[in-house]
Design a protein around this ligand. Structure first.
Ligand SMILES: CC(=O)N[C@@H]([C@@H](O)[C@H](O)[C@H](O)CO)[C@@H](O)CC(=O)C(=O)O
Length: 320
């Protein structure tokens, strides 16, 4: 991994947490998972224990072990390993933040507490500051995901003057469709000192046009290669190709959203595409149905995201 102060950019895969059929963490496949992301998807940054990683459904001990495994397996292979350490308990969040620093992670991220909710920006910043202070050497990212936390404090409000309060603040993971809010974050970031990472994969191109400096998402686990083509087209100002890539990605995401799409389904798709068993999700999530997986497989194939050989060659076997 690179120096902790290197700016986080490009694609960041929001990693899944592989589990066994008994619901235990399957640490044994994380090394293979790292290699798959780097070699097959061209993705060299990971966001661990977030939404996709079922971070809030895991025990603190499991979260620590998973973070350690990603840091260990990612050494000299991944550019950055960012650990999500958000929790309802400030103490747990601080413990996880300190642990992330101790094991040599490259950054930490925190969502807003969502049971007793911060009712204004200052209260939210007070909470975030206490967590950040537990890992004073690590870049700190705020993870804005209002649809799941129910905390609707606008990101642009939060950003205003944040580095005076949280000196390690390094950026934002913006998992929302409010492009006015996101645009105003970019507008404030005059010196481009912060990483502004867009978190809605099906709208990435809009985020890039608005000024996103990178992206964190679940689909980069298995559509990283295609999304990197989108990023490259955007970089060379070939907007027509960038739009074609985005539409292609949208066709798939739109299709699975209509079937019912979430972390469980992402696990099934990743198992299918990579051949690495991701296992079931943890309750209250429910495992994807066979019908979902078959339909997703057919769609991936029709979009050329999954060569026929892969379908025949055992990846479906890895799922069943
Ligand atoms: C609500 C949700 O899970 N959003 C995803 C997206 O990647 C999302 O799966 C994708 O845009 C498809 O809708 C990410 O923003 C979440 C994420 O990065 C994480 O797992 O921490």
């Amino acid at each position: 991994m690179g120096s902790p102060r290197k700016k986080l950019q490009g694609l960041v895969a929001a990693t899944l947490t592989p589990m066994t059929e008994n619901g235990e963490i399957n640490f044994s496949v994380i090394g293979q998972y790292v290699d798959y992301l780097v070699k097959e998807q061209g993705v060299k940054n990971v966001f661990v224990n977030g939404t996709t990683g079922e971070g809030l459904s895991l025990s603190v001990s499991e979260r620590r072990q998973i973070a350690e495994e990603w840091v260990t397996q990612g050494r000299n292979k991944l550019d950055q390993v960012v650990i999500h350490v958000g929790a309802l308990s400030l103490k747990e969040s601080q413990e996880l933040a300190q642990h992330a620093a101790d094991i040599g992670a490259d950054g930490i991220a925190v969502i807003a507490p969502f049971f007793f909710k911060p009712w204004n920006k200052d209260v939210l910043i007070n909470f975030l500051r206490e967590v950040a202070a537990a890992a004073p050497s690590l870049p700190f990212y705020y993870y804005h995901i209002p649809a799941l936390t129910g905390v609707k404090i606008r990101a642009e409000e939060l950003l205003d003057g944040i580095q005076d309060k949280i000196p390690t603040f390094q950026g934002l993971k913006f998992s929302d469709t409010d492009l006015l809010d996101f645009g105003q974050c970019v507008d404030q970031n005059h010196q481009r000192q912060f990483a502004l990472l867009f978190g809605v994969d099906e709208q990435l191109l809009s985020g890039l046009v608005m000024g996103a400096t990178g992206a964190v998402g679940s689909t980069y686990n298995y559509l990283g290669k295609k999304t990197n083509q989108l990023l490259e087209a955007f970089e060379r100002k070939d907007f027509s190709s960038a739009l074609s890539y985005q539409f292609c990605i949208q066709r798939f995401i739109n299709f699975v959203i209509k079937l019912g799409f979430g972390v469980a389904q992402t696990k099934a798709i990743m198992t299918l595409v990579s051949g690495i068993p991701m296992g079931p999700p943890r309750l209250p999530l429910q495992e994807a149905t066979r019908e979902f997986t078959d339909s997703a497989a057919a769609k991936l194939k029709s979009l050329d995201f999954l060569p026929f050989a892969d379908l025949k060659g055992g990846n479906l076997g890895a799922y069943s």
